[in-house]
Design a binder for this molecule. Structure first.
Ligand SMILES: C[S@@+](CC[C@H](N)C(=O)[O-])C[C@H]1O[C@@H](n2cnc3c(N)ncnc32)[C@H](O)[C@@H]1O
Length: 309
């Protein structure tokens, strides 16, 4: 049977015209169509099958449900039939009621989509949401960065370095643990990050040329330094004029076990100490703020200190 005859046959039924009109603006599932038209599921499915076979509808599966809509890729002839069908449906006596029911079903669909967000409003930031991770958000924020040369001092295996390397011109990750450096370098290689170089060294005297980097990062590393002021002075030395230092570390706390559990030398820092070290070294535009507070005891807080050379 030719496509034209198939279309004519498919549209020679007022119920199928009603279905076409219901799909004029929105895609609908079989259940939704059933609810609107009050027809049985098998009848609806038969009608939908015929319309799809004639090239007037298209469908997509989502989990267990199939959604139908007017065929967006219809050729010119089929498009004319679709328009004719929608116009014809408006003359059927069920049209007004169908449109009312359609509105109700669509409104309920919107409500259902909002139920979850209404429930979690006020604590949304603290509940799990599929796909919402700090790593993903970090990647998003990194897109804002210009292509910098970065030194990540006390880098660990490269949690921060790897993220930065996806965007920055070059990242030099310095750590004084041989095993961590070997592991980080192997991981960077495996991930194809050619611009991420791991170097074994001390963050108080990093093996990096003077005035060669745009940004120095010390993420949870300064509290491992024997003399934090020396680490800050070294950061100043390797920065280009106008370069920036960013320190993420802990606000002074009393969780003594951190020494034994995590090998911490310092139980965080007082803001005034940090401000003093940065000023004495010659950093300008110093900004220090608390950026995170743990909900569980001992309620460790994290500060971010940023300053310019
Ligand atoms: C808490 S981890 C932080 C890792 C990473 N910066 C992050 O934010 O995930 C501290 C790292 O500093 C390294 N480290 C400790 N003392 C250091 C020193 N004097 N010089 C260089 N690295 C040091 C440790 O080996 C460890 O990998």
């Amino acid at each position: 049977m030719s496509a034209t005859l198939k279309s004519l046959r498919a549209l020679a039924d007022p119920t199928r015209l009603r279905i076409m009109a219901l799909l004029e603006r929105d895609e609908l599932s079989v259940n939704e169509l059933q609810e609107i038209t009050r027809l049985g599921q098998s009848r609806i499915s038969t009608h939908l099958g015929l319309l799809q076979e004639a090239g007037l509808l298209q469908s997509r599966r989502e989990g267990k449900r199939t959604f139908y809509k007017l065929n967006q890729n219809a050729d010119e002839v089929a498009r004319e039939f679709i328009q004719l069908a929608v116009r014809g449906a408006k003359e059927t006596h069920e049209h007004a009621l169908d449109q009312l029911n359609l509105k109700r079903v669509l409104a309920r669909r919107d409500e259902q989509a909002q139920v979850y967000f209404n429930q979690v409003a006020g604590r949304f930031d603290r509940v799990y949401g599929p796909g919402r991770s700090w790593q993903a958000l970090g990647n998003l924020l990194l897109r804002i960065l210009p292509p910098l040369v970065v030194a990540d001092l006390g880098s660990g295996e490269g949690l921060v370095s790897e993220l930065l390397a996806r965007r920055c011109k070059k990242v030099i990750a310095v750590d004084n643990s041989e095993r961590i450096v070997a592991f980080g370098a192997a991981k960077a290689k495996k991930n194809g990050l050619k611009n991420l170089e791991f170097r074994l060294g001390d963050l108080e005297a990093p093996p990096i040329d003077p005035q060669s980097v745009d940004l120095v990062i010390l993420s949870q590393a300064l509290h491992h330094a024997a003399v934090p002021a020396r680490a800050i002075a070294s950061a100043h030395k390797i920065l280009r004029a106008g370069g920036q230092i960013m320190i993420l570390d802990l606000v002074q706390h009393h969780f003594e076990k951190a020494r034994e559990l995590y090998g911490d030398r310092w139980l965080g820092f007082a803001e005034s100490d940090l401000q003093g070290w940065l000023e004495e070294t010659g950093f300008k535009k110093i900004e220090i703020s608390v950026v995170a507070r743990e909900e569980q005891p001992p309620h460790i807080q994290t500060f971010l200190a940023a300053a310019l050379k």
